[in-house]
Design a protein around this ligand. Structure first.
Ligand code: ZN
Length: 220
């Protein structure tokens, strides 16, 4: 079992499900050849067993030739919510961190073409890298923080989280209209443009201004 890592809190909360939002920044939807729709974007899941933390290493699966990083704002759900309104969705978000949604882009494109689920492109051991969660009681999200990711010191992704098509509250509200969210669940809210390939030896550093940082190295 894996537990949420908090910045200033010793509570032991087992990580539940990881609910990931796809295509939530228009410029990223375009770079993958898709469209940002006005309907709610794609949702997929990752298991808690995929989680590693900042400082741990991402293991490059041998059956992929195109491992990509995706840096994302991650929401920590602190209480159960089902069919929430705006106010309840805001209340259910207890904290924030930065995460990496590691993706096997070659497998993803094959699955997309065949109309099959993305599961094995998104789920593998070490596919979800998490920073420390900062609780909302300690720090309020402004909503226009910079989110960025660098590979070997070169900035690859950098934008404001205000460019999210659906903001944090809208993501939680929508997901809770389709499935109950429980304490310990984490929401990956989508990645901005600039995704790209990494290979063993590459060092990744991600951050969301005033929220959290994350670092990892890719290994074989
Ligand atoms: Zn993602």
């Amino acid at each position: 079992m894996r537990y949420v890592k908090f910045k200033n809190c010793k509570e032991q909360v087992p990580i539940g499900k990881l609910v990931c939002v796809g295509r939530n920044y228009a410029a990223h939807a375009k770079e993958l050849g898709g469209e940002a729709s006005t309907e709610f974007p794609i949702i997929f899941l990752k298991p808690a067993s995929n989680v590693i933390f900042s400082g741990n290493k991402v293991i490059h699966p041998p059956y992929s030739e195109n491992l990509h990083y995706e840096v994302e704002l991650v929401l920590y759900i602190g209480e159960d919510i089902k069919n929430g309104n705006d106010e309840q969705a805001e209340k259910a978000i207890y904290g924030y961190t930065v995460g990496l949604d590691m993706t096997l882009r070659d497998l993803q494109f094959e699955f997309k073409e065949k109309g099959e689920p993305w599961t094995l492109a998104k789920c593998f051991d070490t596919a979800a890298v998490l920073g420390e969660v900062i609780l909302k009681s300690e720090h309020t999200l402004r909503g226009d923080e910079n989110i960025s990711l660098s590979v070997n010191g070169l900035t690859k992704q950098s934008t404001s989280i205000s460019n999210m098509i659906f903001n944090a509250v809208q993501c939680v509200k929508h997901i809770s209209s389709r499935m109950t969210l429980e304490k310990g669940d984490l929401i990956f809210t989508g990645t901005p443009e600039g995704v790209g390939r990494v290979v063993p030896g590459d060092k990744l550093y991600g951050q969301i201004e005033n929220i959290a940082t994350i670092e990892t190295t890719i290994i074989k």
